[in-house]
Design a protein around this ligand. Structure first.
Ligand code: LLP
Length: 458
């Protein structure tokens, strides 16, 4: 249940009518359902309960602090991939023990923040705690984190991201475990690195991490990857090296057509039996779901600006574009779109990619950005809509706002969290001041190249 439903032709999120939320907060507007976020997290936690895992929500999917806070309060940890996401995780109150830090290019600065209590007070961060583990992607990266830990005199943990080269049936850009992927190291190299660094005092390398890609609607790649990891764990055990944690990443699917929650139980049915005994023997399991929790917990509300008929096509021009939701333009992704207020005959009982109803018209739903690639839907069957009407772009809670940009100088949209019958603004809409805040005269700084050259000569 995603808690976005029609009653009498009006779209509601939980007990709130979304046309009223749009009237209050403006469009384009991201709207999240607190109950859906909680239910999706709980479903995960229940399905994998026999493994007692740490479930780290992938902040990259939806990084709003209040969304993170909802999940942290429910028991989730957070998977971060930058100092900025770490900052958000700490602001959301996530204990350091529940934060894992991945990514192929962590800067020295970010590493130091993760190893210590965090950002300097000048950046507005609360004092945090050192994180649980780094997911390390290369030998050089391992060495630079180890050096930072040594110089700070702290002891930290790392897991090595391995790349089992698995073929996935997903969009090319969403596949991260291919042979030529920039992520992780191959299994052979992994064994060498784990042997070399497992007992290093300041950065013990005692975990494995694997993340295959995203939108994986199949349990087989997980089974294959986990089995490969278990083989490596056994090989290392015969070398006298004990692997303490296995992070199986994210990538679990979400249904972009029906909006149904992903069947966490189905993944668990395939994965739990492989790992149960290992967990009893002390292996800690970590998961990093992003999309499966957030995608169907959010919609994007956008208003129709104009309707335009070309010689062949009808265009519905809306106020959200590739700057607001880039997924259709970037991955050719499908998002179900429907008016927020419809006549009874057009109330969608269930969502379909090609709805079977009388009186629909085919249209492209496009944004205001000056690019032909700026569209939210192509050749889509929709009820006739007119200027000022509100459309809902479903399954937008993951990689929606998180990937939004200010392209064409559009200020970023607002975000609202629905809690029961209340709609709470959790990110205010940007205005033109925000848009130019870093370009105003008081931010000007000058580097004089000639003066610098003179200095270096003397
Ligand atoms: N862990 C790691 C190391 C990841 O790189 C990712 C996603 C996740 C977890 C979470 O994956 P999820 O459960 O959300 O599939 N922008 C794309 C998705 C990119 C995913 C990147 N990594 C999209 O809009 O479809």
């Amino acid at each position: 249940m995603d808690h976005f439903h029609y009653v009498g032709g009006e779209l509601y999120c939980q007990q709130v009518r979304l046309s009223e939320v749009a009237a209050e907060f403006g469009t384009p507007l991201y709207v999240y359902s607190r109950t859906t976020l909680e239910e999706h997290y709980d479903r995960f936690a229940q399905a994998f309960a026999p493994l007692d895992p740490l479930i780290c929500f992938a902040a990259k999917a939806c990084s709003n602090i209040e969304v993170l806070r909802v999940l942290v309060q429910r028991g989730a940890g957070i998977d971060v991939v930058s100092g900025g996401e770490l900052h958000r995780a700490r602001l959301a109150g996530c204990p350091g023990e529940r934060i894992v830090f991945a990514g192929v290019g962590k800067s020295d600065h970010e590493v130091r923040e993760a190893l210590t209590t965090g950002t300097p007070p000048s950046t507005g961060g609360p004092p945090g705690e050192p994180i649980r583990t780094f997911n390390v992607e290369s030998e050089q990266e391992y060495e630079s984190i180890a050096m930072a830990a040594r110089s700070l005199g702290v002891r930290a943990h790392a897991a090595l991201r391995v790349n089992p080269s698995i073929d996935l049936k997903t969009h090319e850009y969403l596949h991260t475990a291919a042979r030529d992927a920039k992520f992780g190291v191959d299994m052979h190299h992994a064994r060498t690195l784990l042997r070399k660094f497992h007992a290093e005092k300041h950065l013990r390398l005692t975990g494995l991490h694997v993340h295959l890609g995203s939108l994986i609607h199949d349990t087989r790649p997980y089974v294959q990857a986990i089995n490969e990891c278990l083989t490596l764990i056994d090989e290392l055990a015969s070398d006298g090296i004990r692997i303490e944690s296995l992070d199986i990443g994210g990538g679990f699917g979400a249904d972009y057509v029906t909006g149904e929650a992903m069947p966490a139980a189905e993944y668990a049915r395939a994965i739990v039996p492989l790992l149960e005994q290992r967990v009893r023997n002390g292996l800690k399991i970590i998961l990093e779901p992003g999309r499966s929790i957030a995608a169907n917990a959010g919609v994007l509300l956008t208003r129709v600006m104009f309707v335009k008929r070309g010689p062949q096509k009808k265009f519905v021009i809306v106020d959200a574009g590739m700057n607001t939701l880039v997924r259709p333009a970037l991955y050719d992704a499908f998002h179900f779109i429907w008016p927020a207020s419809v006549s009874p005959q057009h109330e969608p009982v269930r969502r379909q990619s090609s709805p079977d109803m009388p009186g629909l018209e085919t249209a492209d739903v496009v944004g205001p950005i000056c690019e032909s690639g700026d569209f939210l839907a192509k050749d889509r069957l929709l009820p006739a809509v007119g200027r000022g009407e509100l459309l809902s772009v479903f399954t937008s809670g993951a990689y929606g706002m998180a990937m939004a940009s200010r392209y064409n100088s559009h200020p970023l949209p607002a975000e609202v969290l629905i809690e029961g019958s209340r709609a709470r603004l959790v990110r205010r809409r940007e205005d033109y001041r925000d848009l130019v805040a870093h370009e105003l005269p008081e931010t000007t700084q000058i580097f004089d190249g000639r003066a610098a050259a003179r200095r270096s000569e003397t």
